[in-house]
Design a protein around this ligand. Structure first.
Ligand code: 13P
Ligand code: SF4
Length: 357
């Protein structure tokens, strides 16, 4: 059975984000320096800390690090926000990341830079349809990707991010559990392949990763025989099959430091190149193709919702305390159970592995 993945809503939200981004005025160096100075002072005044994802504008990532904040993958963002003592968390990323922060830190004010910053995976799994899916499979453990609403997390047994998904499902499989997975079908398929678990999959995709093309990637690989291919597991199976490394944003960044290759072909949002170039400045990075010769792309390897986070909006949000994440307390409490399972699993696992997952 195929589940309605809300295609129209995703298309409308994508167009809305692309149109809003096209209206953004680029800043001169002088304007940017002035804005950064103002933001630094507001962060102190408001007892706020900036937590950014690797896909947002490089200036936001740098500012997070310069001001005692954090830039990382979605699991590490959640962990940092939970542990940091600031009264206000400013999440530079998309809405589900703000919601995850609020689930874990209800005592803090959590602000996001644009409240229209959605995610096609989150939009693909409305709570009513997801609940019906769970009702049809009462014998299965519901494991959902962090890229979901608080309501979906509240209905699930486990929340996972890409950095921990394979390990969690492996653990559940070893306990004899059968899995219901939502919403990313490509990541679900990858986890199934890696673990051999019995899984039923929701039919959602990330509009950015779903657009990577295996045939064009094969041509690119021929042109760069020394290149290693780095792939986020939200990509289609035929793209993953060509990868030298598959993993979370953190794992892909780490691979640029540990692999000897001079060139990397990167199949994930191109916002990640900012950090990759910082940590390995002597290497060459090439974006994986999102279309074959003469083809077109919509997101063009950059998430339109991540691109909604800008320095200008950060200043406004800090100034006016806009875009606060507010969750129904009963929903938050239920969502906390599945989210805390992930956090505790992570603590046990990292202690065992001592490394990036
Ligand atoms: P990571 O958890 O790997 O950072 O991925 C989050 C995401 O939204 C990828 O598209
Ligand atoms: Fe969602 Fe894809 Fe954007 Fe990540 S890149 S936030 S999965 S739409």
């Amino acid at each position: 059975m195929t589940y309605n993945i809300n295609e129209k809503l995703i298309w409308m939200s994508t167009q809305n984000a692309l149109a809003a981004n096209a209206k953004q005025q680029p800043l001169s160096d002088w304007e940017q320096a002035k804005l950064v100075k103002r933001i630094k002072s507001l962060l102190l005044q408001k007892d706020a800390v900036l937590v950014a994802h690797y896909y947002v504008d490089g200036a936001l990532q740098d500012l997070a690090e310069q001001t005692g904040g954090f830039v990382g993958d979605s699991l590490e963002m959640a962990r940092f926000g939970k542990l940091h003592p600031a009264k206000t968390l400013i999440v530079a990323g998309v809405k589900f990341m703000g919601e995850t922060a609020k689930i874990l830190s209800p005592e803090k004010r959590v602000l996001i830079l644009d409240n229209q910053a959605e995610c096609s995976l989150d939009l693909s799994a409305p709570i009513e349809a997801f609940s019906a899916f769970c009702d049809q499979h009462p014998d299965r453990t519901a494991v959902v990707y962090a890229n979901t609403s608080a309501a979906v997390k509240a209905r699930a047994d486990w929340v996972v991010t890409s950095s921990i998904a394979v390990d969690v499902v492996n653990h559940l499989k070893n306990q004899g559990e059968k899995i219901l997975w939502a919403p990313d079908k490509h990541l679900g398929h990858y986890i199934q392949q890696q673990t051999g678990a019995d899984m039923v999959l929701w039919d959602g995709t990330c509009i950015v990763h779903d657009a990577f093309k295996a045939t064009a990637l094969a041509t690119l690989k021929e042109q760069y025989p020394d290149a290693a291919v780095l792939v986020h597991p939200e990509s289609p199976a035929d793209v993953i099959a060509m990868a030298d490394v598959v993993g979370s944003t953190s794992k892909l960044i780490q691979a640029t430091q540990t692999l000897p290759n001079p060139v990397f072909i990167v199949a994930t949002d191109n916002g990640i190149l900012h950090k990759m170039k910082q940590v390995t400045p002597n290497k060459t990075f090439i974006e994986a193709p999102t279309a074959g010769a003469g083809g077109t792309c919509e997101s063009c390897a950059h998430c339109p919702w991540m691109a909604m986070s800008t320095l200008q909006k950060l200043q406004q949000v800090l100034q006016n305390q806009d875009n606060e994440i507010v969750l129904d307390e009963a929903v938050r409490n239920k969502a906390l159970i599945a989210t805390e399972r992930m956090m505790q699993f992570r603590e046990r696992h990292v202690n065992k592995k001592h490394g990036v997952m």
